[in-house]
Each structure stands twice: as C-alpha cells, then as structure tokens.
Design a protein around this ligand. Sequence first.
Ligand code: F6P
Length: 324
Amino acid sequence: MKRIAVFTSGGDAPGMNACIRAVVRGAVYHGLEVFGIRRGYSGMINGDIFQMSSHSVSNIVQRGGTILKSARSKEFMTPEGRAKAYDQLQKFGIEGLVAIGGNGTFTGATLFYDEYGIPTVGAPGTIDNDLYGTDYTIGFDTAVNTALEAIDKIRDTADSHDRIFFIEVMGRDSGYIAIQSGIAGGAELVMVPEVLTPISEVVETLKSGWSRQKASSIIVVAEGEEEGNATEISEKIRQQVESDIDMRVTTLGHIQRGGIPTAYDRILASRLGLGALEGLMSGEKNVMAGIVNNELVYTPFKDTIRLPKPINEDLLRMVKILSV
Ligand code: F6P
C-alpha cells in the first residue's frame, strides 16, 4: 500500500484533530503518501481530496472540531453515491482509508468494501462512547468534562435558590455521558436510556431529599431517556408534586461537542490514529481500532455496529447511595 486517505465523518468530537495528526504523521514516518478528504463521504463523492504532509497537521493537537470538517452523507448510502466516491479514489490512486467516526461511518465503509474492495480501518470518534470494541471513544472525556463544568455552575445557582434542576446531556441512545458527568457532579439521580427510571422513582428521590432538608437537587437526564426529554420529565414531575415547587431545565446541547480536548482525549486519539494506520498497513480491513484494558485491539465493524455497549449499572446504584 502506497497511498492512503483519512477523513472524519458523523458528529465531530474533540480529539479528532489529534487523531488526524497521528494518522498523517504515522503515514509520513512509514513512507506512505497521505491524503485528506474534506467533509467525510460527501467530500469523497465530490473529490474534495488533497495531499497532506507533516506540516498540514502542525499546531492542531490542541484544537477542538476537525480540520477536515465533517458531514453525515445521505448520498453515500446509495449505490450511485458510492460509485462516484470510488471513481474519485481511483483518480487519486488511494488504496486504503482511515475513517474517524462512529457507527454510521463504519456502516458506510463496510458497504464500500463489499462493493469495491477498498479497505478501511476505523478510529472511534464520537462523544457518545457508544461503540463496542473500545473502552472509550475519542471526545467522550472532553464532553464529560464540559458537562461537568456546566453541572458545577448550575449547582451554585440551584443551591442559592433552593431549586431542582433537570440537566439534559447528549449521548443519542447511550447514557455514558449522563452517568459519568452525573457521578462527578454529585447528581441526586441520573436517568439513562439503558435502565428504566419510572417517574415515581424520581418523585420518591425528591421527596426523600426534602424529608432530609435537602433544598436543591440536580437530576441529569440523558437525551435518549425513555420517559422523554428533560422538559417533558419535569412536566410529569410537576403533576405529581406540589405546584409551587421551583424547577428549571437546562439542555446542554452542542457545547458538549466543542472545546479543547482533554489530555486523555489527545492521548487516546493519538494511540487510535496510529493504531488504525498501522492496522491498515498490516492488512487489517473492516475493523475499528480500540483500546480495551489499555491494549490496542481491532474489532470487526459488524460487531461495533451490532453489539451493544452496556453501561455499568452498579454506577447507577452508587449514585443513589451517594446522594443520601
Ligand atoms: O453522536 C454525537 C451527537 O452529538 C449525539 O450525542 C447527538 O444525539 C447527535 O450527535 C446530534 O447530532 P447533530 O449534531 O446532527 O444534531
């Protein structure tokens, strides 16, 4: 293999730049020609492809977002879109790909390999930490710390006004951001999609707090929570408690996707970027590089896509105990 390309796809995540840097510098080190593709599969289809050098990735290890930009391409999910993408890769003589993204990205790469035989190795880039085959994904640690900073600030005002705050965090169908930021932020309760938390249990938790003179409470809600979003949950609660109870809702939203990556994310991204590149060079294909128990492992895309990544339910039990 002489020429490879790297791209970022799906939702951006802090640390993606450190990962791009590792792929590019690793390729230069190993004597490969390396290309960047802008805007993920959309750029592949449109031929938005350019040669990169060691210098192209100078001064980016500390930057949030992705210098290659990102997109979710509907066109690549069609056979016609993939045909156009293949033509562009042929034009540039690209023989292998490193894809930094999540499940949607890896689904596209699998279809592409089946049709055109272009091998891809993935690096898990998503704040959601929802990928089987790695303990942590690139961007998760930064997102948790961003959510935590917000929770700490909200706690100050919640305490001053004796209020209950419902704080909604991202994660799509995963409760990882909620559980980690909730524990670190001393939340009274964390609601995640993986485990049903009936409204009656939320009411119980609040009432038990009031009986112990607890005047303010923080409830962290994962966006995929079954009982609804944070606003809907707060409305359901209001119907079951005294009407003058002072409640507020904060949805943290996309601030969790941006910002300077933590040291943990930069190191993880560097290991995964180099691991993905070296895997590709040694003949791996349709696999994602991951770190499990501090070891680099390659997991087939079909497993990262299909297999669930369960949360540790004991952590939820701990939240309850520690909020007594
Ligand atoms: O996958 C990352 C993520 O931020 C999810 O947590 C969230 O559900 C989704 O992307 C939001 O996507 P968009 O930026 O397209 O609104």
